[in-house]
Ligand binder design. Structure first.
Ligand SMILES: Cc1cc2nc3c(=O)[nH]c(=O)nc-3n(C[C@H](O)[C@H](O)[C@H](O)COP(=O)(O)OP(=O)(O)OC[C@H]3O[C@@H](n4cnc5c(N)ncnc54)[C@H](O)[C@@H]3O)c2cc1C
Length: 474
């Protein structure tokens, strides 16, 4: 396999700034693609990563101040994806990772102004006050509801299949992952695997039961809840380890790309050439560079920005044991939710202090982003104080504003994915992965980067994978 790549790539005259493969973007996607290219090709491919800024990691950045360690971007990713497990083993970070098992921690939903535990098992689900009895029975109607073939918003889909009582939980789940609005996100784009199962078996519940039976037949392992992972030095540890020994051209914002037998990438730091081009950029940044080749169905997709308020609390604060909480929109809270970081990943605050990280803004409340830091701090503290017993004021607060926004897979996303497929079939030496294409989570990025690297190594042959049913964890 690797030989055929080399044969194709040998057509390129090796010059300075000339590579077998250029990757645009040194975020998690680009770095993972470079890692898997090196691993899978077994060949001496010349790979360069072109990066706009002076650091690797894109959205992934760890904050440290006065003994508090928070995150500008992702706070954790689940250990349930084989591609991520492989990556961590390859770079010897698996053992270093801090694990917060979902089965050991409570998660909370803000319900009628106080924190209510999210049920973790069928027996607790039957008793939970979060869903009235009628609502619990209505969930079963999914078994008889004929699948609607057309795309729907997540809210419409949940309402149709499981009933209105489930909407606040779905809302919270969407806020916790996308910082999004479930009245706008597309069910086909966000959960293609679940939709395929629904259409195939006529019901989501029936499909899941069938899948579980098949899985049990194949393996005797008991399903365990996954763990959330981060690293003692923060999430930046992962991208720094991946960036090590890679050829990365920093401070080289790409202005344009053109293709004339091979690719020419024009940047602020000069031109680079390659036979194969991987765009590992968030959807909107990629669209800007690719529109000239073929007009996409939309020039830009919506994004959601969030602010993280890092809050250090004295020991007297009675932070409930668990991961944190999420607030459905109907609760009309200032914060989307908060992570109880000290419980999840101990060691990120000075001794006898606790750390929580409060999330503000998102797709529904961009107006909160334009408040001043002191207004945000004040409102976040008030919001938390009304949910958690805080006998003393916080010891530390810091407002982290990141320019990285979460792409929203809304109703035009399926059309955008069709456009990407047609671009990649017109231009077989172009590969598109990155933030917002095949999902938004870190596991989605690593999985998609591996698939991309495998396609490059296979000389442009892209594997069509079975759609996966991803469990929803808050
Ligand atoms: C606030 C926030 C919280 C999140 N929380 C979680 C979480 O808890 N768990 C989880 O799994 N995921 C989370 N995510 C998602 C996760 O961060 C992303 O999946 C991942 O970091 C995306 O990586 P990427 O490389 O695709 O994109 P990016 O990180 O955006 O990297 C793209 C890179 O390309 C560079 N670039 C852009 N334009 C150009 C150009 N023209 N030329 C050259 N370089 C360019 C950028 O500088 C950047 O370095 C969160 C994201 C955000 C923003």
């Amino acid at each position: 396999m690797a030989k055929s790549v080399k044969r194709r790539l040998r057509g390129v005259v090796i010059m300075e700034n000339s590579y077998d493969v250029i990757i645009i973007g040194a975020g998690l996607s680009g770095l993972s693609a470079a890692h898997f290219l090196a691993k899978l090709s077994h060949a001496d491919l010349r790979v360069a990563i072109i990066e706009k800024t002076s650091r690797p990691g894109g959205a992934i950045k760890t904050f440290n101040s006065e003994g508090y360690q928070g995150e500008w971007g992702p706070h954790g990713f689940l250990d349930n994806t084989p591609e991520s497990q492989e990556l961590l083993r390859d770079i010897d970070l698996y053992r270093e990772a801090q694990q917060a098992p979902l089965g050991d921690f409570f998660r909370y939903i803000c319900h009628r102004g106080h924190l209510e535990r999210l049920p973790q098992s069928l027996s607790t689900a039957l008793k939970t006050p979060l869903i009235p009895l009628g609502g619990k029975l209505r969930v079963m109607a999914d078994l008889w509801k004929r699948p609607k073939m057309e795309d729907q918003t997540i809210a419409d889909w949940v309402n149709y299949r499981f009933g209105p009582a489930i909407l606040p939980l779905a809302d919270a789940a969407v806020s916790g992952t996308f910082a999004g609005d479930f009245n706008r996100l597309s069910i086909d784009a966000v959960m293609p695997g679940v939709r395929a199962l629904e259409k195939e078996t006529g019901s989501v519940l029936r499909g899941i039961i069938k899948k579980k039976r098949v899985a049990r037949g194949g393996a005797s392992k008991l399903a365990r809840l996954p763990s959330m992972l981060n690293f003692p030095a923060g999430m930046e540890r992962l991208v720094k380890a991946l960036a090590d020994k890679k050829e990365i051209k920093y401070n080289a914002a790409v202005k344009g790309v053109r293709r004339d037998k091979i690719w020419t990438v024009s940047t602020e730091a000069g031109e680079f050439k390659a036979a194969q081009l991987i765009m590992a950029l968030p959807v909107n940044q990629a669209l800007r560079l690719l529109t000239a080749f073929k007009a996409p169905p939309v020039v830009e997709i919506p994004t959601a920005r969030i602010i993280n308020v890092v809050m250090g609390l004295p020991d007297s604060a009675r932070v409930p044991y668990g991961f944190g909480y999420l607030a459905p929109e109907r609760e009309h809270r200032f914060a989307i939710g908060a992570m109880f970081t000290s419980h999840m990943f101990p060691g990120r605050s000075p001794r006898a202090c606790r750390l929580i990280e409060v999330l503000v803004g998102g797709r529904r409340h961009p107006e909160h982003l334009s408040l001043s830091d002191s207004e945000i701090e004040g409102q976040a503290v008030e919001d938390i104080r009304s949910l958690i017993d805080l006998p003393e004021p916080p010891l530390f607060t810091r407002v982290l504003r990141t320019e990285h926004a979460i792409p929203q897979l809304e109703m035009d996303h399926p059309a955008l994915l069709r456009w990407r497929r047609s671009m990649e079939s017109d231009l077989p030496d172009l590969y598109i992965c990155g933030f917002g294409w095949d999902g938004i989570g870190m596991n989605d990025m690593i999985k998609s980067a591996r698939k991309t690297a495998a396609a490059v190594v296979a000389g442009g042959e892209r594997q069509v994978e079975e759609l996966q049913v991803k469990p929803v964890y808050f």
